[in-house]
Design a protein around this ligand. Structure first.
Ligand code: TRP
Length: 452
């Protein structure tokens, strides 16, 4: 066996910490904010079914491949890809996968931070008690008034960016491990509490039917692309985030086991969020297709009506902020490691550059909900365009490249050695990665080109 490389940036203290950190990256706004609203926009059950299929057939195998690349290369995604391509006798241009990833992470964080800023603003609103006894209309009005105020939204976006860059500047492994260890289980418990409340609304069945009864007549054609894009987004795949986290993974830990744990936890959180939100939507005459504001227009109603709702509501949005925080860090970490490795700057300087650039671009998203609302291209505003470009195009393409590289370019001996998975399972994974994943991504892409 070849001598395993060691990362100059350090290593997680155990396999368990790797799983926690990667779950922290995966579980975020994608699960709690995005999954419910895109499910609402694309008709419910059938969309959820396709999303689950994409997680199992595309997401899980690609996650194993991406972690494997990271741990074998043990550097920033660009340098890892270049090194492993050289080892396989392939073109160093594979480093482009890393480049596109850094770009995608930067673009995603620019709007991710704005939405996380909304959650921060809601911590304060929840604590103020304005939602006590609120109905759907009031919650909607409060949300719309907030969005119409660009300065307030910008302020919260700024605060979240500062929070993110402070943690990244101190190095991912310091405070982060502790935060994830405590906060992820707390978030999970509060989601269970919310699902418990949803059961009392009288519309629980209707909500569940919407989520789990696939009605393919309600599925619009664009939905398949969105569902696949979301499988990558929610698992943090296709842009090097999980690769970087994998590069800090202990050599003896099982990649397949960790991937499965992360994917299951992530999916569970998304489904729980959906089960908490849709009953409230139906019980209060709200619109399932309300778009990005769905979370902020529904849960305040639930908290407004439950006992000790001010306390639980405030706590809930605090935990959403933490979930977003642990994800945001992984979006910018690849860019920062690259600046440190190849530009020779200090970590702090790298964070300043990356942070300021992301913050500036985020202003576009802030304005796309008020002053720039009218500016649209293909029916999408600035935020919508960024989201479409990254989640639906760049991440699946990145994931496809990773699948092709690990499935067809790397020497099989190296792949098998790094994965250390036994017999049948290994062959199944390899077959899915080589054939099913690329064909599935390809079909979805061709199909959407036809739509345009
Ligand atoms: N997965 C996170 C979420 O669901 C977002 C995220 C973090 C992400 N890192 C990523 C998305 C890398 C794509 C790529 O909120």
């Amino acid at each position: 066996m070849a001598q395993p490389r060691v990362s100059r940036h350090g290593e997680w203290s155990s396999r368990w910490v790797f799983i926690l950190a990667a779950t922290g990256s995966a579980v975020g706004l994608g699960n709690i904010w995005k999954f419910p609203y895109i499910t609402g926009e694309h008709g419910g059950g059938a969309f959820v079914l396709i999303y689950l299929l994409c997680v199992a057939l595309v997401g899980l195998p690609v996650m194993m491949a991406e972690i494997l690349l990271g741990r074998r290369g043990r550097q920033s995604p660009m340098n890892t890809m270049r090194l492993l391509a050289e080892e396989a006798g392939a073109s160093p241009r594979w480093a482009w996968v890393g480049w596109c990833g850094v770009l995608a992470g930067f673009l995603i964080l620019s709007y991710y931070s704005v939405i996380a800023g909304w959650a921060l603003a809601y911590v304060v609103r929840m604590a103020s008690g304005i939602f006590i006894g609120a109905d759907g209309q009031l919650a909607q009005a409060v949300f719309e008034r907030f969005l119409a105020d660009p300065e307030a939204v910008l302020g919260w976006h700024t605060l979240f960016m500062v929070m993110t860059m402070v943690v990244v500047a101190r190095g991912v492994r310091g405070g982060l491990e502790q935060a994830v260890r405590l906060l992820m289980p707390a978030l999970f418990l509060l989601l269970l509490l919310l699902v418990g409340y949803a059961m009392t609304t009288g519309a629980f069945d209707q909500g569940l039917r919407f989520l789990f009864n696939p009605d393919f007549s309600r599925l619009d054609p664009a939905a398949v692309l969105v569902a696949m894009g979301h499988a990558f987004f929610t698992l943090s795949l296709g842009m090097g985030a999980i690769m970087i986290y994998g590069s800090y993974m202990p050599q003896r830990a099982s990649i397949a086991g960790a991937s499965l744990a992360i994917a299951v936890a992530d999916t569970l959180v998304a489904l729980l969020a959906g089960m908490a939100i849709f009953p409230v939507v139906y019980a209060n005459g709200l619109e399932p297709g309300a778009g990005p504001g769905l979370l902020f227009q529904t849960l305040p109603v639930a908290f407004g009506q439950m006992p000790a709702g001010v306390l639980f509501g405030t706590l809930f949005f605090v935990l959403v902020v933490f979930a977003a925080w642990t994800s945001a860090i992984s979006l910018i970490e690849p860019a920062v490691t690259w600046l440190v490795e190849n530009r020779g700057v200090r970590r702090l300087t790298a964070c300043l550059w990356a942070g300021v650039a992301t913050w500036l671009l985020g202003i576009g998203t802030v304005l796309s909900f008020n002053l720039w609302k009218e500016f649209t291209l293909f029916g999408l505003n600035f935020f919508g365009l960024l989201d479409f470009l990254t989640a639906n195009l760049m991440l699946p393409l990145g994931g496809l490249a990773i699948a092709l590289f690990v499935g067809w370019v790397m020497r099989e001996r190296d792949v098998a050695e790094e994965l250390a998975l036994k017999g049948g399972l290994y062959r199944l994974w390899r077959w899915v990665l080589r054939y099913v994943t690329p064909v599935a991504v390809g079909i979805v892409f061709l199909h959407s080109v036809e739509l345009i």
